[in-house]
Design a protein around this ligand. Structure first.
Ligand code: SF4
Ligand code: SF4
Length: 335
């Protein structure tokens, strides 16, 4: 696995957990959802992006490349390129950009610490997102431990595709202190979860074959991990579990998909979720990274969200827009 990379840290966010939050975006994701809004999060490696609309054709990038890898403006020989990012650092307009910064736990903490007063006054904290934070499990676990020791509320957004280890079964409720909450649950992912207060679990496509077609992998592991986390949360042995469903018109807002997830949630004693409206910002990012365009999707409209809300309500599920869940940080501390 490559060195842990963070591709962005954003502050003053209001949609990914309670209160005012800073979001730490980890680079690397096992899924390839056709509607992905952050394709720069896919690879675990550093990447060079080219924003053609910012280029003034000054030729600096071609001239500074000692590897002769920049054949012409916007045209790179990837075999020759050794990803030194000299061209990006010399580009006067920011048209060439490096996605992914190697970070240490301390460098991330340094950036987050000035935000602590805002977290404390608003009941907010830090949310790990990406990408998939569990792809850098050791680093994420250490960062989570450090933030927790500084009293920070922690949420983690996950696609659910992570390895929980062999033969993992949620055991009996713990009767001991928090040290034993994860008794029998070992491995890097549990090292992260033991310091997480809230898991924002992304559900996408209920049908396994459709999920494979639209997200690049089946969803058996995702459903299994959801069940485990739901069981642990119900036993008071894990973080609060909160599902989120992106509404992509024509793909995830079908009655069949909504009813499938609603039934699954009820089986797992969960009756509330967040609906995430689709926007197509990912399209320009695909062009920057020379990734094939995704399918043309209709932008999500209020009508699609309203209709999804109604179908879910008929199934007994209450849905919320992002940031309107009514969470209070103190309500969702891990127990
Ligand atoms: S990243 Fe380095 S090697 Fe690659 S094109 Fe830019 S200057 Fe050349
Ligand atoms: S250095 Fe930047 S602005 Fe100049 S030609 Fe290269 S990409 Fe364009």
């Amino acid at each position: 696995m490559a060195q842990p990379l963070v591709f962005s840290i954003q502050h003053f966010c209001l949609h990914d957990g309670p209160g005012v939050r800073s979001l730490v975006f980890f680079k690397g994701c096992p899924l390839r959802c056709v509607w992905c809004q952050n394709p720069e999060s896919w690879s675990t490696e550093r990447e060079l992006g080219f924003k053609a609309h910012l280029c003034i054709n000054c030729q600096t990038c071609v001239n500074v490349c000692t590897e002769k890898a920049m054949l012409a403006v916007g045209k790179r020989d990837r075999k020759r390129c050794r990803l030194c990012f000299t061209c990006a650092s010399r580009c006067p307009t920011g048209a060439l950009v490096c996605f992914g910064t190697p970070q240490t736990v301390e460098s991330v903490l340094e950036e987050l610490r000035p935000e602590y007063p805002f977290f404390r006054s608003s009941g907010g904290g830090v949310t790990f997102t990406g990408g998939e934070p569990t792809m850098h499990a050791g680093f994420a676990a250490e960062l989570a431990r450090s933030l927790k020791s500084e009293g920070i509320h922690l949420a983690m957004e996950t696609c659910g595709q992570f390895d929980t280890g062999e033969d993992l079964q949620p055991g009996k409720p713990s009767t001991d202190d928090s040290q034993s909450r994860y008794q029998g649950l070992e491995g890097p992912v549990w090292d992260i979860l033991s310091n997480i207060d809230l898991v924002l679990f992304d559900m996408k496509v209920f049908d396994d074959a459709q999920h494979r077609r639209l997200c690049g992998m089946g969803n058996a592991v995702i459903k299994r991990n959801f069940r485990i986390l739901a069981t642990l949360a119900a036993q008071g042995r894990g973080p609060v579990l909160w599902p989120r469903l992106p509404i992509i018109p024509g793909l995830t807002d079908t009655r069949e998909n909504l009813e499938g997830w609603a039934g699954f949630m009820k089986e797992n004693s969960l009756l509330q979720l967040t609906l995430i409206p689709y926007h197509n910002l990912g399209e320009s990012k695909r062009a920057w990274l020379d990734i094939k365009p995704g399918p043309k999707l209709k932008a999500s409209v209020d009508k699609a969200l309203e209709s999804a809300r109604q179908v879910l309500a008929q199934e007994g599920i209450t849905s919320y827009p992002p940031g309107e869940e009514g969470w209070q940080g103190n309500d969702i501390q891990r127990v």
